[in-house]
Design a protein around this ligand. Sequence first.
Ligand code: AHM
Ligand code: MG
Length: 336
Amino acid sequence: MEGRRNVKVGMSLTAWVLRQQSLHPGARGELSILLTHVALAARMIAHKVSQAPLTGLIGQAGNVNVQGEEQAKLDIVADQVFLDAMMTSDLVSTLVSEEREEPAYVSEHWGRGHYTVFYDPLDGSSNIDVNVTVGSIFGIYRHRPNDRGRLTDLLRPGADQVAAGYVMYGASTILVLATEDSGVQGFTLLPEVGEFFLTHPDMQMPEVGRSYSCNESRQPFWSDEVRRVVARFREEEVGGSKRTARYVGSLIADFHRTLLKGGIFMYPGEVEKPGGKLRLMYEAAPLGFLAEAAGGGAHDGRQRILEKVADTLHERTPLFIGSKVDVEEALRILNP
Ligand code: AHM
Ligand code: MG
């Protein structure tokens, strides 16, 4: 594919972004600049996460966010860091964060920047206190000519994203991203140098995997179809051996493993909560964009994640994401 030419392990993120831009004659470089601001936010949040036990950033802030969930101190810090990094790019008119009920930055600057960014600044933040991997997730949309920042302008299908990705704050800090034609590329941060370097070029999800990933304690709340899906993955063999269960409870850690090793991650809807837990615009859609770009699949059980159009900014969606064959198998059981 055009955008993947000359991708070399070890090249810096900055060089990769410039290389991508050079493959698109006529590009104004705006998305390139925006991606370098995402990387800046990633480096700053990585630093805050790694120092959190030393700087008093462990624990809850005492507030409840729009989801009705308690905010960790680092949720608030990461949200502000991400917001500042986007605002200083001067390229974004609208920001929608998991931590903010309303879109930010619309009225002052609408029309000046050509992009809307949806983001979850620190997903899985309940894991911070026990030093387990957390992540930031983002999805970027370029405005259409008649967009004015109305709700309907913001709520577009994930297939419209021009770039999406995540940052994983784990043993290493890894930024995984894809643009429309770049393929999925993974960069690892060298903190002493302050730069990301390409370590995972052209990531492809294995067609089938050996693990399944879901919170099985939710079983009493599932429909019979969802129970059958999970039972199938629990019991069937792949390549002569049984699948194994893997669930960190931190979406980026579970997705990253699925991207590298294959398998399926599921957060299904429940009988009383048909939308499940995860949010479409800043969790499922960016990861769906990456999964499909890596040859995998992402579905809510009835519809491709990338085709879904939300009615509200913080809408939830069931999610079945991972290896193509495994997602298709889940769909066959859900839709007999
Ligand atoms: P958050 O956005 O409030 O951090 O919640 C999302 C997290 C995901 O990281 C993870 O996949 C899921 O919630 C785990 O939920 P559960 O504890 O129900 O298994
Ligand atoms: Mg989240």
